[in-house]
Design a protein around this ligand. Structure first.
Ligand code: UGA
Length: 439
C-alpha cells in the first residue's frame, strides 16, 4: 500500500500539523514534517511528543519509519508535491488573524509547476486568493493552492482525523485538488471509494475557507445559546440539563454542544468567532449575532463569582479550590481557558485560590500568578470554603464526594460543567450548585 501512497510535506508541527502528519503516515504515506523550532524537531527526533494528545505518541511510534522531522523545508519540497500548511494563525489586538507565519511559508516557496500548498491553518476567507496573487506577482503562478480546513478536536484529534464527518477540499479543479482527495480517499464514504464515514465536499477555495469559520462560529453560538438558556432556567426554576435533552432530541437541533457551563475556551472558538466578526466588519457587514456570542461567553466565565458570593458572602479571605484548569478535559491546552479569568477574578475579589489539574498544571503555573497548585484534587480542596469544578476531567466525575467534603472547611460545591451528581453531593453534605440546574 505504502508504495502507491502520495508522499506529503507538513509545515508546522503543532496540534494540527502533527496529527495530520501522523494520520497520513498511518494511511501509508511517507511524511516530511517541517518546523522552524529546532528544539521541537530535536525532541520529535528523540521520539518525544511535545503535546498531550491521547493516542498520538503510540501512532508516532508505530509509523516512525514513515516520518521525517526536519527544520529544512527543501527536504519536503524534494520528496513531496503537496505541502500541507499547519502553522499558527493567532489573533492580533484587532481581532484579525495574524497571518505572518503563513506568509513566511508562502515566501519560502520556490517557483514550481509541480508543487501545491494545501492550507490546513484556519485563515480568513479570501486568504487563498490573496496567496495566489502573491504567487503570480513573484512569478510562481505554477504553484497550486488548495484549501483543506481541519475539523479535529483536541483530546480526540487522532480519531477525528481517521474518522472525519466530512473532508472539505476547496481548489481550482486541478491536479492538486485531485491529489488531496486521493490522499483522503480511504477515509471517505463507500460512495466516494473509501471505507470511512467522511462525506466529501469539493468546492471553491473561498467556500472551503468559510465552511471552517462558519462551523466554529455556529458551534460557539450553540454554546452561548444554551448558556443563556441556563441563566434563564436559574431565574425560572427550570433545569437546563432536562431542557437540553428535550431540545436535542429534535434531529434538526441535535444533542451535541448543548452542555451549559462556564463558557467555551481553547485556541479556536474564541479566535475564530472574533476573526469571522472582524472579517465581516472589514468587508462592511456588521455581524451582530457574533458580538453577542462573544459577550455572553465572557460574562459566563464570571458567573461562578456571583454563585460563590451568594453562598459565602464576601470572598475576602475565603479559600476557593478550582478543580481543572485546561480549557477542556483530555488536553493540557490552557489557551483562553475559563480558569484563567475565573482565578484572576477570584483573587481580585480577595479570595485565596488553590487549584489542581491532572495534566495542565505545569503549563498553567506561569499563567496563574498567586494560585497555589496542588498535587491532587483532595489536597487542593483541603481547608477550602468552596470547591469549583472548572474542567470536567473523568477523575473529578469519579471523586469520592464524602471524602471531598471531609477535607473542606466549608460545604459549597459549584459544578461549572454540570458533570457531578447533585443528589450524591447533597448526600455527602455538600451545598451543590450547577449551571442552570434546579436548586
Ligand atoms: C473546536 C471544534 O470543535 C473543532 O471542530 C475544530 O476543528 C477546532 O475547534 C479547531 O478549530 O481547531 P476544540 O477547540 O478542540 O475544537 O474544542 P471543543 O471540544 O469544540 O470545545 C471547545 C470549548 O467549548 C471547550 O471549552 C468546551 O468546554 C466548550 N463546550 C463544548 C461547552 O461549553 N459546551 C458544550 O456543549 C461543548
Amino acid at each position: 500500500m505504502s508504495a502507491e501512497r502520495e508522499p506529503v510535506g507538513v509545515i508546522g508541527t503543532g496540534y494540527v500539523g502533527l496529527v495530520t502528519a501522523v494520520g497520513f503516515a498511518e494511511l501509508g504515506s511517507d511524511v516530511v514534517c517541517v518546523d522552524i523550532d529546532a528544539e521541537k524537531i530535536a525532541r520529535l527526533n528523540r521520539g518525544e511528543i511535545p503535546i498531550y494528545e491521547p493516542g498520538l505518541a503510540e501512532l508516532v511510534e508505530k509509523n516512525r519509519e514513515r516520518l521525517t522531522f526536519t527544520t529544512d523545508i527543501s527536504v519536503a519540497l524534494d520528496r513531496a508535491r503537496l505541502l500541507f500548511v499547519a502553522v499558527g494563525t493567532p489573533p492580533t489586538y484587532s481581532g484579525d488573524a495574524d497571518l505572518s507565519a503563513v506568509h513566511a511559508v508562502v515566501g519560502a516557496m520556490p517557483a514550481s509547476d509541480r508543487h501545491a500548498l494545501v492550507m490546513k491553518s484556519t485563515v480568513p476567507v479570501g486568504t487563498g486568493e490573496a496567496i495566489k496573487r502573491v504567487f503570480a506577482e513573484q512569478g510562481k503562478s505554477g504553484f497550486r493552492y488548495v484549501s483543506c480546513p481541519e475539523f479535529l478536536k483536541e483530546g480526540t484529534a487522532v480519531s477525528d482525523f481517521l474518522a472525519p464527518d466530512r473532508v472539505v477540499v476547496g481548489d481550482d479543479g486541478d491536479w492538486a485538488g485531485d491529489a488531496v482527495v486521493e490522499l483522503y480517499r480511504p477515509l471517505l464514504v463507500p460512495d466516494e471509494g473509501g471505507n470511512g464515514p467522511g462525506q466529501l465536499v469539493r468546492t471553491d477555495i473561498a467556500s472551503a475557507e468559510m465552511v471552517k469559520l462558519a462551523s466554529n462560529a455556529f458551534l460557539a453560538t450553540k454554546i452561548s445559546f444554551i448558556n443563556e438558556i441556563a441563566n434563564v432556567c436559574e431565574e425560572t426554576g427550570a433545569d437546563v440539563v432536562e431542557v437540553a435533552r428535550g431540545m436535542g432530541l429534535d434531529e434538526r437541533i441535535g444533542p451535541k454542544f448543548l452542555n451549559a457551563g462556564i463558557g467555551f475556551g481553547g485556541s479556536c472558538f474564541p479566535k475564530d468567532v472574533t476573526a469571522l466578526k472582524q472579517l465581516a466588519g472589514n468587508s462592511g457587514y456588521h455581524f451582530q449575532l457574533l458580538n453577542s456570542v462573544i459577550e455572553v461567553n465572557e460574562l459566563q466565565k464570571r458567573r461562578v463569582i456571583g454563585k460563590l458570593e451568594k453562598h459565602l458572602g464576601t470572598l475576602i479571605g475565603k479559600r476557593i479550590a478550582l478543580l481543572g484548569l485546561a480549557f477542556k478535559p483530555n488536553t493540557d491546552d490552557m489557551r483562553e481557558a475559563s480558569s484563567l479569568v475565573l482565578s484572576a477574578r477570584l483573587q481580585a475579589a480577595g479570595a485565596e485560590v488553590t487549584a489542581f489539574d491532572p495534566i495542565a498544571s505545569e503549563i498553567a503555573a506561569p499563567m496563574l500568578r498567586g494560585v497555589t497548585l496542588a498535587d491532587d484534587a483532595i489536597t487542593a480542596a483541603r481547608g477550602a470554603d468552596a470547591v469549583v469544578l472548572v474542567t470536567e476531567w473523568q477523575e473529578f466525575r469519579d471523586l469520592d464526594l464524602a471524602e471531598l467534603r471531609s477535607v473542606m472547611a466549608g460545604d459549597v460545591l459549584i459544578d461549572g460543567r454540570n458533570a457531578l451528581d447533585g443528589d450524591a453531593a447533597a448526600s455527602a453534605g455538600l451545598r451543590y450548585e450547577g449551571i442552570g440546574r434546579r436548586a
